[in-house]
Design a protein around this ligand. Structure first.
Ligand code: GDP
Length: 541
């Protein structure tokens, strides 16, 4: 044991107490559903006002990809890599921000690997949208508890019962409405909180600068009929009867297993329903739980510190070429300067400049507990999925590669830059900036960039130029779907010739089928039921 290990020992009672009061979540949504707005409002309750600025910086980032790079240059790493920690109601809450919009990338998926809960935010006028569906699939793979918030009830919305039905039908997820809206759009009157059997009246004048002032009425209150339009009130009562009769009971075990979603209605912009949501979320959410590893399930209260890297972020500013590795703390107590083992290399690493990744600024971090995220300077040591630990050697389950949707040849037009090109591509791949594939046809040597978001391609080109001094060209490929073949080359040979697909190999020489569209992929699956295809690559250990 090292000195540091001795000095950092925290009792399991300390750790258990810290775990008990920690909750962590990521928000999954489609652009424009109101994630930035909801984040801002949640932070209001934590009294973390300065962070609202961090959220705004993200807004500015949206304008264009090139602006994003400039912004990154000006501000360093902080904009895209935000973990917001705030205190509320005796809890320490970690909101793991997933990049949205055009910067959608594999990072968004990987962040979910570090989350214990997900909040599915939907625009109530739109319901389920494509990016939410993709992110939901990742949550489902991890059986994450999902909390649903229907936003923008102050605007015309779809019928609430229909919205619930869509979740049940399309996601196969049981719904439990924790609150129920009364009216919508111009006639939005508020919500009924089923937990406390109270109506919270919506006041249009409040514009969400401060924690909302609520007018709350008990269900039997005689003022109700005066304050609510009669027809709305009766409609609400009818709907409530339906969900009470037909809907399931709240079942926290099912929620924690990702089979039932507690549902909330509100309006983030006017800050309505946000606190109701937050209070119920804290009661229902899963606390930091055990993670599976080579030593079996590791309890967060295990006294030995351990964690895994779920994301790497390179600073886009060439003047500060630091890389930050984001580590999810899984067990024990983390303390600054502690010495840990790095499972992949077997080396000891002193964690001397830990950072708390907090909105715009980077604060130095002294200690952290399971459920927290720490930022470590990464001088080429860490890769996605790496485990660090004290005590007995262990490795957490890796983070899988997700199905890319954008493919392009990456060309190096200058043969004298061959070496830098190779080095750059291989380092960026290791870092997880992009997936690299190769044509199965040996005569085509150019690497194929395989990405989840367009921005990943731009980042790769930008960094190759700035860090490796190689100018590259991108030649888009017309594919949109990738599937790994279970059983590898052997299984593929058995099925013989396939149409409307090309075979490429990933960086581990495993066959991957690329399709122009989902339809072609389904066609092959129905023609060859013996061929098992997977949208998620098996983890390389
Ligand atoms: P994001 O892309 O999911 O981060 O969405 P934003 O938080 O930036 O919101 C997108 C737009 O919807 C902005 O113009 C917001 O002001 C607006 N918006 C967000 N929440 C609400 C809401 O509850 N009601 C209304 N009417 N507009 C909202």
């Amino acid at each position: 044991m090292t000195d540091a290990a001795v000095s950092t020992a925290a009792t399991s009672a300390d750790i258990a107490a810290a775990v008990e009061q920690r909750r962590n979540f990521a928000i999954i949504s489609h652009p424009d559903a109101g994630k930035t707005t909801l984040t801002e409002k949640l932070l209001l309750y934590g009294g973390a006002i300065q962070e609202a600025g961090a959220v705004k910086a993200k807004r500015a980032q949206r304008s264009a990809t090139s602006d994003w790079m400039e912004l990154e240059q000006q501000r360093g790493i902080s904009i895209t890599s935000t973990v917001l920690q705030f205190a509320y109601g005796g809890y320490t809450i970690n909101l793991l921000d997933t990049p949205g919009h055009q910067d959608f990338s594999e990072d968004t998926y990987r962040t979910l690997a570090a989350a214990d809960n997900a909040v599915m935010l939907e625009d109530a006028a739109k319901g389920l949208e494509p990016q939410t569906l993709k992110l939901f699939e990742v949550c489902r793979m991890r059986s994450l508890p999902i909390f649903t918030f229907f936003n923008k009830m102050d605007r015309p919305a779809r019928e609430p019962l229909e919205l619930l039905d869509e979740i049940e039908q399309r996601l196969g997820l049981q719904t439990y409405a924790v609150n129920w809206p009364i009216g919508m759009g111009d006639r939005f009157k508020g919500v009924f909180d089923r937990r406390h059997q109270q109506i919270h009246l919506f006041e249009r004048s409040i514009h969400g600068k401060k924690a909302a002032k609520n007018t709350v009425l008990d269900i039997g209150d005689p003022r109700i009929e005066d304050l609510l339009d009669q027809d709305l009130y009766y409609q609400f009562k009818e709907e409530l009867e339906v969900i009470e009769e037909v809907g399931p009971e709240l079942d926290l075990d099912a929620v924690h297993a990702g089979q039932q979603t507690p549902v909330f209605f509100g309006s983030a912009m006017t800050n309505f329903g946000v606190q109701l949501f937050l209070d119920a979320f804290l009661d229902y959410a899963l606390k930091p739980s055990a993670h599976s590893s080579t030593l079996g399930e590791i309890s967060p209260t295990n006294e030995d510190f351990s964690g895994f890297v779920f994301k790497l972020q390179a600073n886009m500013d060439p003047k500060h070429r630091d890389r930050i590795a984001f580590v999810r703390v899984c067990s024990g107590k983390f303390e600054k300067d502690m010495v840990v083992s790095h499972a992949r290399s077997g080396k000891s690493v002193r964690l001397s400049h830990p950072q708390k990744l907090f909105g715009q600024g980077r604060e130095s971090l002294e200690e952290a507990y399971p459920g927290d995220v720490i930022g470590l300077n990464n001088p080429g040591v860490f890769a996605i999925g790496d485990t660090i630990y004290q005590g007995k050697r262990l490795e957490y389950d890796g983070i899988p590669c997700f199905s890319p949707e954008i493919f392009a040849y990456l060309k190096n037009p200058n043969p004298s830059k061959y070496k830098q090109f190779q080095k750059g591509v291989s380092e960026l791949r290791e870092e997880g900036a992009v997936q690299i594939m190769f044509s199965a046809d040996e005569s085509k040597r150019d690497p194929i960039l395989a990405a989840v978001g367009q921005l990943q391609l731009e980042v790769v080109q930008y960094r190759l130029q700035n860090e490796y001094n190689v100018e590259t060209r991108i030649e888009p490929l017309p594919y949109a779907v990738a599937r790994w073949v279970d059983g590898g080359w052997e299984a593929l040979e058995k099925v013989g010739r396939l149409f409307n697909t090309v075979t490429v190999k990933d960086s581990w020489d495993r066959p991957v089928l690329l399709f122009r569209n989902e339809w072609n992929c389904q066609q092959i699956q129905s023609d060859h039921p013996e061929l098992k295809l997977s949208a998620i690559a098996p983890v390389v250990s």
